[in-house]
Ligand binder design. Sequence first.
Ligand code: PEP
Ligand code: MN
Length: 263
Amino acid sequence: LVSMQVKQKRTVVNVGGVPIGGEACVLMAGPCSVESREQLMTVAHAIAAAGATMLRGGAYKPRTSPYEFQGLGTEALKLLREASEATGLPVVTEVMSTEDVDLVAEYADMLQVGARNMQNFSLLRRLAKCERPILLKRAPSATVKDWLLAAEYLLAGGNSQVVLCERGIRSYDPDMRNTFDLAAIALAKQLSHLPVVADPSHGTGRRDLVPIMARAAVAVGADGVIVEVHPCPEKALSDGPQSLTLPEFEKMVQLLGQPLRRH
Ligand code: PEP
Ligand code: MN
């Protein structure tokens, strides 16, 4: 069902009025984790003014260590809804567990399957029955085929509103968190009719590389970019080193040009 050969027409996924996979690229931005009302509102208003089309923010955080910040949960979901109402930007946030699907779907416009859960088949089956569009991140060591077959679970189960997201794969260079796989973006677009967005924040782990890799992703055909932004990255509770400051985000938007056009 995900194959281009089967459908022969590109899918456009509508997220709260924002089309993904249409003419214009989408620009999703926001903090890695929702940390407080002030932090989220500051970021949401700044990115909206700079030209972002969607707000991201983590409420449930898949952290490598159980001792790291795990997210504000329901409180974060409420803050995301409030920020969405205040700015008009639809919200995408991660759901980690089948138990939370209904709750997250009540507050968010789009549900993210994190990289670590790409092959959580019970979660995928549950999300196939959910009314919301899904942002499906590529697992850190998944082939493009594995990734597309994970999407197939969603479509086969009844949810065709799926957007793929490349976020880097595990590699060996200690200077980068992951290897941002531009060719996988191009290949996924060739093999599938589903929209593909790019996450150069997790893809590189370094804020200095985010704007240029965002541009590269758009050049290879990405339907959008998702980046992490924080008012004060050095104080961030997660992913500070890869988060853009507000001025850096504005500069990135200028670098990308508006409206964003694919290659
Ligand atoms: C995130 O978007 O903050 C996140 C945890 O992403 P990933 O699942 O790609 O690591
Ligand atoms: Mn993050």
